[in-house]
Design a protein around this ligand. Sequence first.
Ligand SMILES: Cc1cc2nc3c(=O)[nH]c(=O)nc-3n(C[C@H](O)[C@H](O)[C@H](O)COP(=O)(O)OP(=O)(O)OC[C@H]3O[C@@H](n4cnc5c(N)ncnc54)[C@H](O)[C@@H]3O)c2cc1C
Length: 649
Amino acid sequence: MVNGVRRCPTLEGDLPKMQPTIFNVHTIILGSGAAGLNAALQLQRRGITDLLILTEGLTFGTSINAGSDKQTYYKLNLYGDGRDSVRDVAETLFNGGAADGDTAMVEAALSARAFYNLLELGVQFPQDAYGQFPGYKTDHDPRQRATSIGPYTSREMCHTLIAEVKRLQIHISEHRIAVRLLTVPTNENKQRIAGVFCINIDNPLETCLEFYLCENLIFATGGLGGLYRDSVYPRKHTGGIGLAMEIGARCQNLAESQFGLASTAFRWNVSGSYMQVMPRFISTDINGNDEREFLDTYYNQPSEKLNDVFLKGYQWPFDAGKICGSSLVDLLVYRETVECNRRVFLDYRTNSPQFDIRTLPNEPRKYLEQCEATHGTPIDRLEKMNPQAIKLYKTNGIDLHNNRLEIALCIQHNNGGVSVNRYWESVNIQHLFAVGEVAGTHGITRPGGAALNAGQVGGFRVAEWIAAKYNEKTLDSKVAIKAAEQLKEQLMNGAIDNIEDERGEFQARMSENVGAIVFPDKLSGAVEETRKQLRRLSNEKKIATSSKHLAESLRTRTLVYAAYVYTNAITENVEAGSRGSRIVVEETGNQIHPKLEIRYKPEQEQYRNIIKETQPPETHIKRSPRPLPVSGEWFEKVWANFQDWKHLD
Ligand SMILES: Cc1cc2nc3c(=O)[nH]c(=O)nc-3n(C[C@H](O)[C@H](O)[C@H](O)COP(=O)(O)OP(=O)(O)OC[C@H]3O[C@@H](n4cnc5c(N)ncnc54)[C@H](O)[C@@H]3O)c2cc1C
C-alpha cells in the first residue's frame, strides 16, 4: 500500500528486470499546486473517493512558492455598486484575444463560487464592515475585480487546501516524479489515458519505478518553470507539460506568455512599490565593473525616465502595446543583459542624480504625496510605503539597505497549454484533464489574477464531469499493462551524465531566442539546435546511478522535448507580429526609439482572433476561437435540461 492506495498483487513483478510496482487508482491528480489540490477536493466532495495525489512534494510548484508585491486573485466584482456580470467578466477574458468563449464563460460563471469556496475554507480575503469584498483594478481589467491577501495569496490558498485535503484523508504520495504518461487506443480509434509512470525517489534504483493504472488523470503540473534561464518561476518548480506533449496531447496558444522584470538571486517580481519608489537602474560588466546608469542614454528628460520606472509598478508585465512607454524599461534591461552581456541591478540606496520630487510628473508625485513618501532615498520611501517588501528580501538573504538587487527580464507565466473543452478534458486524449497553468485557456493577454481563478474553476469542472460521466471503470487493465511493459524498457536506461549542463543549454537558448524579444533570423538555428540536443539525449543509453539520477535524467529529456515544441510554436507565431508580452523584431518595422536600431513588427490584426493549436511536436493548426455562448435562456428550460443531465452534452 502507498498511503492506502491499492496495489495489484497479481500484476506486481510482471515486468522483467526493474519490476515496477503497479497500482490501480480510479482518478489520479498529478501535481499538488493550488489547481490540483482543489480538483482533488471537488472530486472527493462528489463521491470519487478512489483518489490519489501524486506529487514531487507538497512544498513544490509555483503556487506554494511564488508571490509578488500584492499577489492578485481575479473574480467577479462583489463590492458596492461596482456593476458587473458573468457576461462582462467572460467578455474581458475573451477579449484578451485568441481565447475560447466557452471556457471564458465557465471561468467567469464559476469565479464567485471558487472564491467563496476558498473563503469558506479559511483564506482571509479582505472584507469591509458589511461583509463586502472590495477590489482593485489589475492589468487588463476594466473593473475593480482583483483582490489579494498580500504577497503570498497562492501560498495561503495552498496551505488552506492542503489542510482540507488532509482532513478529508485524500491519499497523497510525495517524492514521486512522473516520467511518462501512457495512452491506449479506444474502440473508436481515439487515444485515452491509461496510466502514469513515476520514479519514487525515496527508493533505491532497483525498486524506484512505479506504474499507476488509472481511469482518469487530472494533469496539474503547472507552467513552464524549467524551460528558461531568465525565469521568475520558483526554483522548486520545473513543470511537466512535456509529459502531455510526449503522448500527443494537443496544445494551444503556446506562444502566448507573460514576461516581466524580476530579481534573479531570489526570484521575485519587482512590481508595485519596488518600482513606485523609483530605484536607480545600474548596469555593470560581467565582473561588476564599469558601472552605468544605462537608462539615461534613452531618455531626454529625467522626469520621463522616472515616470516610466514608476509606471512599471502597476504595468508590470512586459507589454508590446507599451513598448514606447513603460515597457521600454524592460526592453532596455533585456538589451543590457542578453545582447550586451552585462548585469543589471536596482539600487535603492541613493536617488538618481536628477531625482527631484518637485519636477516629477503629476502621477508619481501625487502618488508619493498620498503615501507621505516624498522624502529621502528609494529605500526610505520603500520603508514608508511597504516595509514588508524590504523584509521579504531580508528573509531571503538580500539586504536592500546595503546591497543592489540583480534583475533580468524573466518568464513568469504561460497563457497557453493543453487544449481543453468546457469541462477541462483534453480535446484529443480521453480521460486526460488539464487544470491550472498547464491548461491553455488564456488568450494573448489575461487580467492579472485570472490564472489563479482559472486554476480553481478547472477543479470544479473536472469533478462534475467525472462524477457524472467517468465514474465507471472502463479501462482494460490487461491492455494497459501490456503497453506499459513495452514503454518500461525505454525508461530504465535513459540516464544522462551532465544534467545541469544539458538544462543550462536549452534554458539559455530559450531565453536568448524565444523570450520576450524574438529575432526571426535566429529562430531556425534555435529550432535546429534544440532538435539536435533532443536527438543526442534520446540516443543516450546509460544506466542511472540512483533513483534521483534516473528521475532527473528522464525529466531533462521531457523538458528538451517541450523546449522543442515551444520553440517551433513561437517560430510559427512570428507572422502574428508583436503582441501580448512578446515583440518580434523586424528591420523595416516600427521604430521603438530613435536611439535604438531595432524596430518591431506591429501586431497583424488578422491573427488576433486565431487560435494556434499545436499537435506535438511540430504540426500547427489555425482555428477560430469557440464563440462566447449566448446566455438568457428560459429558467424552466435550463432546469429541465439540468434534470436530464443535458447540460453535460
Ligand atoms: C512570481 C510569480 C507571481 C505570480 N503572480 C500571480 C498573480 O498575482 N496572480 C495570478 O493569478 N497568478 C500569478 N502567477 C501565476 C500563478 O501563480 C500560477 O499560474 C499558479 O500558481 C499555477 O498553479 P498550478 O496549480 O497550476 O501549478 P503549480 O502550483 O506550479 O503546481 C504544479 C504541481 O505539479 C507538480 N509537478 C510538476 N511536474 C511534476 C512531475 N513530473 N511529477 C510530479 N509532480 C510534478 C509540482 O511539484 C507541483 O506540485 C504568478 C506566478 C509567478 C511565478
